[in-house]
Design a protein around this ligand. Structure first.
Ligand SMILES: [Zn+2]
Length: 54
């Protein structure tokens, strides 16, 4: 779980939309992509982005 205050200041690298905490990853519903969360640290890197199809 990511701190709400931290989540509020983070934005998608691609579209700058706000992200939602999905537990295992942060989600951008605009791009339909996820950013992995490892040891409570979201990996906000272009190379870490994965697609969330379906
Ligand atoms: Zn996005």
């Amino acid at each position: 779980m990511i701190d709400k205050a931290i989540l509020d200041v983070m934005a998608c690298l691609r579209c700058k939309s706000s992200l939602t905490d999905e537990g295992e990853h942060l989600k951008c519903s605009e791009c339909n992509i996820g950013y992995p969360i490892k040891e409570d640290i979201p990996h906000m890197l272009e190379e870490s982005i994965f697609s969330l199809d379906g």
